[in-house]
Every structure is written in structure tokens, then in C-alpha cells.
Design a protein around this ligand. Structure first.
Ligand code: NAD
Ligand code: ZN
Length: 251
């Protein structure tokens, strides 16, 4: 059965800019838990109680322990057909942009480019004093527990945008611009609970883009979408690819 009507396929094929906006759901099929889904709790802590500047100030050991555990899961996970389809699309066509809330590094590992990681990356840390950034694996800082700056010896923190923190302004500006200029926005695996990514999707739609959502659940963005596919991104995206490019499915 066809997923997308002819008109939408034409819009996708003729689009100058297409945005893929992804959240934790796209990595679920790779075995990385979302915060709110099954397996999201760690030692009875909620993510909202660990991913904050206050939590780090009160108990940096605990916060690093949680990030070390999550980093281990991300390292052992493999990109799934959702990540792979987006990366392949970006290689095939011009003007395909990926904006992700995910910090797991699976999009870059699947070869996606260009990519805006709005919430940072779990494999990076930055100095609480001099702001120097380190790659935990490449800079030999992948041990468990507290980690210290190789320049000034101050405590390092995960290079993540925590609840209540400001986004990187240059990434945000670039994201707004791209969304305003796009003709199609795919919203994949995000509950739209975090307001900035939801606002980005709505900006694209208000600027004339059609919205296509892939999520097993409906979200607050669903009513604004032209299409909502209630399913897993690793299954739906390859089917959409097949219809757009009239080619064999990636899967
Ligand atoms: P979220 O708010 O983005 O919600 C996850 C969404 O994914 C839900 O709406 C769920 O219905 C949907 N979903 C589940 N399985 C899916 C599938 N197979 N295909 C498509 N959609 C699917 O995520 P959250 O877990 O509530 O996290 C909020 C923030 O925490 C994110 O913005 C992110 O920065 C961070 N986070 C990142 C990761 C990661 O990098 N993988 C994991 C957890 C949390
Ligand atoms: Zn430093």
C-alpha cells in the first residue's frame, strides 16, 4: 500500500530544502532507551533529576556515573534503518538537512552530513573552567567517574545542553533559518515535550513546509502535520524512501 499521495511525493521530489528533525525515538530500535519510555529510568532516578546543572553541582560523581552508563550503551549500539535512510538521502540529494535532539552519536556514525546536534554529544566533555572541549574516546578520557581538564585540571562536564540551559546560539540561528526556508519537515521520534525542537517544526510549517511525522504515538505536533505515520521510523522511513525514489527499499 502506498504511504504518500502523489501531491506529497511531488512536493518532496521538487523541494529545495528538506529538514529531518529527530528525537530519541529514532534510536529506540538501536536499543537506546528514551527518557520517558521503557528502560528510561536508571537506579530510580528520572532524567529530569540528573540532566541539570543543579544535579551536577550537587553530585558530579552521580551525574558522571549516569553519563558513563549511557555512553557505554551508545558505544555498543549500531545505527538502524532510520538513521541509515536519512544518511543515504543526504548523499543522494542536495538540500537535505538533519537537526537532531539526540546526543548518542548514531546519526554521525551512519554518515549523516550536514548535521546539527542541538543538545550536544555524549562522547564529548567540556571544562567547567576554561570551556575546552574534549572527545572522551579520542582524548583518552573514557574511564568511568570524574574527569579533569587536560589544560587547567578543572572538572569536566558532559558537553550536553541540560534542562534549563541555553542552546548554542549559532546552532539555533542556523536551525531557524533552515526551517524557514524548507518545503518539507519530517518530525521523527520526538515527543515534542522540549519546546525548542517543537517550535522549529512549527516554524517550518508556518513558513509553508508540509509536515510529515513518524511516531508510534500522536504528539502535540500531530494536528499541524499533513501526514502522521503511526509506526517505527526504522520501518516507515525506508518505505518512504522507496516511494520517493521509486527504488528498491534499503531494508
Ligand atoms: P523524546 O521526548 O524525543 O520522545 C521520544 C519519542 O519517540 C516518543 O514520542 C515516542 O513515542 C517516540 N518513539 C519511540 N519509539 C519510536 C520509534 N521506533 N520510531 C519513532 N518514534 C519512536 O525523547 P525523550 O526520551 O523523552 O528525551 C528528551 C530529550 O532527552 C531529547 O531531546 C534528547 O536530547 C535526550 N535523549 C537523547 C537520547 C539519545 O540521544 N538517543 C535518548 C534519550 C534522551
Ligand atoms: Zn580547563
Amino acid at each position: 500500500m502506498e504511504l504518500l499521495p502523489k501531491g506529497t511525493l511531488e512536493t518532496i521530489r521538487n523541494a529545495q530544502k528538506i529538514i529531518f528533525l529527530t528525537g530519541a525515538g529514532i534510536s529506540n530500535e538501536s536499543g537506546i532507551p528514551t527518557f520517558r519510555g521503557e528502560g528510561g529510568l536508571w537506579k530510580n532516578f528520572r532524567a529530569e533529576d540528573l540532566a541539570t546543572p543543579e544535579a551536577f553541582q550537587n553530585n558530579p560523581e552521580l551525574v558522571w556515573e549516569w553519563y558513563d552508563w549511557r555512553r557505554g550503551i551508545c558505544k555498543n549500539a549500531e545505527p538502524n534503518l532510520g538513521h541509515i535512510t536519512i544518511a543515504k538521502w543526504q548523499k543522494k540529494s542536495k538540500g537535505i538537512f538533519l537537526i537532531t535532539q539526540n546526543v548518542d552519536g548514531l546519526h554521525p556514525r551512519s554518515g549523516s552530513e550536514p548535521i546539527i546536534e542541538l543538545h550536544g554529544n555524549i562522547f564529548r566533555a567540556r571544562c567547567t573552567n576554561c570551556s575546552t572541549k574534549f572527545h572522551l574516546e579520542q582524548d583518552g578520557l573514557n574511564h568511568d567517574g570524574l574527569k579533569y581538564c587536560q589544560n587547567c585540571e578543572s572538572l569536566l562536564r558532559p558537553d550536553i545542553v541540560w534542562f534549563g540551559e541555553e542552546y548554542d546560539q549559532s546552532l539555533l540561528t542556523k536551525s531557524w533559518e533552515l526551517c524557514q526556508l524548507s518545503q518539507v519537515v519530517f518530525v521523527i521520534g520526538t515527543s515534542a515535550n522540549v519546546s525548542v525542537p517543537a517550535q522549529l517544526a512549527l516554524t517550518a510549517i508556518r513558513s509553508g513546509a508540509i509536515g510529515i511525522e513518524i511516531n508510534p504515538e500522536t504528539t502535540s505536533l500531530s494536528p499541524s502535520m499533513k501526514h502522521h505515520f503511526q509506526g517505527k521510523s526504522g520501518e516507515i522511513l525506508p518505505k518512504i524512501w522507496k516511494e520517493v525514489f521509486e527504488e528498491e527499499s534499503i531494508g
